[in-house]
Design a protein around this ligand. Structure first.
Ligand code: PGA
Length: 259
């Protein structure tokens, strides 16, 4: 049975002080959160992963990195390896975010390599795909998503579907305030789930979590999460403030308990 995952992608925001403050306040909420079907994840910047996991130790909040090197170790100045993240006991790592693809020329092949190395170290990838506005306007959304899935999962084994989380993030909806309508998002999510059914099997397709990302906020999260194939959100701006992050977790909790 799939959970609802509310993942906050902090991007390049929050220094040490803000990270500590958020985590300390989140602990207060987390101790009151007993709904196991709603999973919290936060993704602080690299330097603050350790302090975040220390402050949230024992709480039902997963910690995620925002990227990883596809290399094992060695002369890669500025890079962070999967073994380093594993030594911090990281549980999750975002890969293939559209900002990485856009500003750092990341390819599907590179994202595939990152997926494999993370899994080798027992870290669950949150693997992002999504089309640009030009691609959507040209009617290429399905073709783009399928080609990204083919590249990111080429010869990648899956046994249960629990090994990876997929995040569908239409590039035109990220940080723009323009959310995909629930119908648009559901259509893409159904296509992604169907791809796993065709390329793996129905059990894996039913088990894999597919998050939606792109201007998710307290105002629109319920209608998005009400779609059958949307299993949570990968949330940037609206996850930076504790109040709105908590509000979204509470909405998800209410929704799942009403099902
Ligand atoms: P946003 O970012 O919620 O600010 O649109 C989402 C993301 O990029 O993961």
């Amino acid at each position: 049975m799939r959970q609802i995952i509310i993942a906050g992608n902090w991007k390049m925001n929050k220094g040490l002080f803000e990270t500590e403050q958020f985590c300390k306040e989140l602990v207060q909420f987390a101790t009151t959160h007993h709904e196991e079907r709603v999973r919290m994840i936060i993704a602080p910047a690299f330097p603050f992963l350790k302090i975040a996991s220390t402050l949230l130790l024992g709480q039902p909040v997963g910690i995620s990195a925002q990227d990883v090197s596809s290399h094992e170790d060695g002369a890669f100045t500025g890079e962070i390896s999967a073994s380093m993240l594993s030594s911090l006991e990281m549980q999750f790592c975002i890969i293939g975010h559209s900002e990485r693809r856009q500003y750092h020329q990341e390819s599907d092949t590179g994202v595939r390599d990152k997926q494999l190395i993370l899994r080798e170290y027992g870290i669950k990838p949150i693997l992002c795909i999504g089309e640009t506005l030009a691609q959507r306007d040209a009617g290429e959304t399905s073709a783009v998503l399928i080609s990204q899935l083919e590249g990111c999962f080429k010869d990648v084994p899956l046994e249960s579907g629990e090994e990876v989380i997929v995040a569908y993030e239409p590039v035109w909806a990220i940080g723009t305030g323009r959310t995909a309508s629930p119908a648009q998002a559901q259509e893409a999510h159904a296509l992604i789930r169907n791809w796993f059914e065709e390329n793996y099997n129905p059990e894996i397709a039913a088990a894999i979590h597919i998050l939606y990302g792109g201007s998710v906020k307290p105002d629109n999260i319920v209608e998005l999460l009400s779609c059958p194939d949307i299993d949570g959100g990968l949330i940037g701006g609206a996850a930076l403030k504790l109040e709105s992050y908590v509000q979204m977790v509470q909405s998800a909790t209410k929704l799942i308990q009403s099902r």
